[in-house]
Design a protein around this ligand. Sequence first.
Ligand SMILES: [Zn+2]
Length: 207
Amino acid sequence: MALEIRTFVGGPLETNAYLVGDPETNEALVVDAPHGVTSEIAAVARAAGWRIGRVVITHAHWDHIADAASLKAATEAPLVAHPLAVERMAAPSAAIGDLPIEIPPSEPDGTLTDGDTVSLGAHAFRVLHLPGHDPAHIVLFSEADRLFLGGDVVFPGGHGRTDIPGSDQAAMDRSLARLRDLPGDTVVYPGHGRTTTLAEERGWIGG
Ligand SMILES: [Zn+2]
């Protein structure tokens, strides 16, 4: 049975959080923690009868971790992120200037690195470490489900910003090169804005 995905938009940068549920086992996971999404995600999961087993942070930019502590408290699920995100989750800061909102520190219960597997019922995601926008950036990719929970790597029409502290265009180019071999009908759920497919973005990704 196909996974079900609900989208929640939160915070001043309209950042997407995703609740991904397996209707067969009622297991679910959350991807990213923008400001103000916790109660709605918890309510939707409860109404669906889903148990949230994991909260995955794609990268440590403030708009993706604002609700990390509250989601962890509300769901009692382990919070997981790349090892390079841990320090910045403990002391959230803005890449440029001051934080527009107050963000409580959060502590991951586990880390995910390239090649790890995140399972959800009978479904499995491969963790890809794709630095460039942020050194700690990971995505969840399922070849079988044609699903790419991608944070700020791929958007409709372009990649995440590489002109901010911690970003690196050469690393982004290497990360994007890894996407050229993935199936074109893979649906991308980005950290901001609407979904797209890898095929629709081939023009600028290449391959
Ligand atoms: Zn970002």
